[in-house]
Design a binder for this molecule. Sequence first.
Ligand code: ADP
Ligand code: MG
Length: 323
Amino acid sequence: EHIANQIAAGEVVERPASVVKELVENAIDAGSTKIDVAVEEGGLQSIRVTDNGNGIDPEDCETAFYRHATSKISQGRDLFQITSLGFRGEALPSIAAVSKVRLVTSNTQDGRGRLIEIEGGNLKANEETAAPQGTDFVVKELFYNTPARLKYMKTIQTELGHISDYMYRLALSRPDIAFTVRHNGNTLLQTLGNGDLLQVIAAVYGTQSAKAMKPIKAENMDYTISGYISRPDWTRANRNAMSFIVNGRYIRNYGLSQSILRGYHTLLPINRFPLTVLKFDMHPSLVDVNVHPSKLEVRFSKEPELFAFAEEEIRKVLMQEVL
Ligand code: ADP
Ligand code: MG
């Protein structure tokens, strides 16, 4: 029996990093505090995501792989949380249609769980098994049955780059979750999940970078800014070393980047760039996340105010060091 068709899958599962994203988002939705990601050969050979979340009810395991069987939108999730596919109940069916999936999950602490195996959309196993609470998802041989799609995959390094970029961003936005990322057995990222952003910065950028960071904290009527910026004497960052987290989500915004750089360059040479991880918190009405649901871009409703505030605070915090 075909659980989902491959054509639809092609639209939602673009590459190994999309699988990682969907599985990790599910793990987060399940309340996990620890999420381990292990990939082989850029994720083309194997992707494994193991979490300590709520697990899936044995009764629901199989239906989770049927298209539109589940929809978190009915639970009235915060619209801000909704991602490209996360609200449509399409991720698992789509992934299972184009790979070999093995799911072990338990929603209890009695050691009893459920094993599901699906190959190319065909159910191979649905049986009881021993399992700790949480979910262990293995996706092997992605696109093995869709050679045309497989041909579009780039090198292992490129596919791995997409995965690690996503995981670095996620780790920076969720210091409260312990993440590990491994590739072919080598650890690429390990965070503690103790809420300490500086620890995540050390894990992502290295301890030297973390030591060069200066905390920043400011607020006005509409916005709270917090996080870190490298001290003026830190010369090793390039122009892409700026991360922004808005209301808990990693975003990109050209105008915001420009504001930070303006603040920075009023005091420092234009060939020098800051390493910075900045969190912005604001009322949800001040940010429009629906510009590109699948992408990272957002739009701010009071752009000039936010940009001026950010620029000024960067200038202020650096001024203390430069003078
Ligand atoms: P959606 O996330 O849009 O609901 P998915 O296809 O990604 O759809 O997942 C289907 C369902 O499977 C989820 O709604 C959730 O109930 C369950 N699920 C998937 N992964 C996990 C997980 N790691 N832990 C707990 N439940 C999960
Ligand atoms: Mg999902």
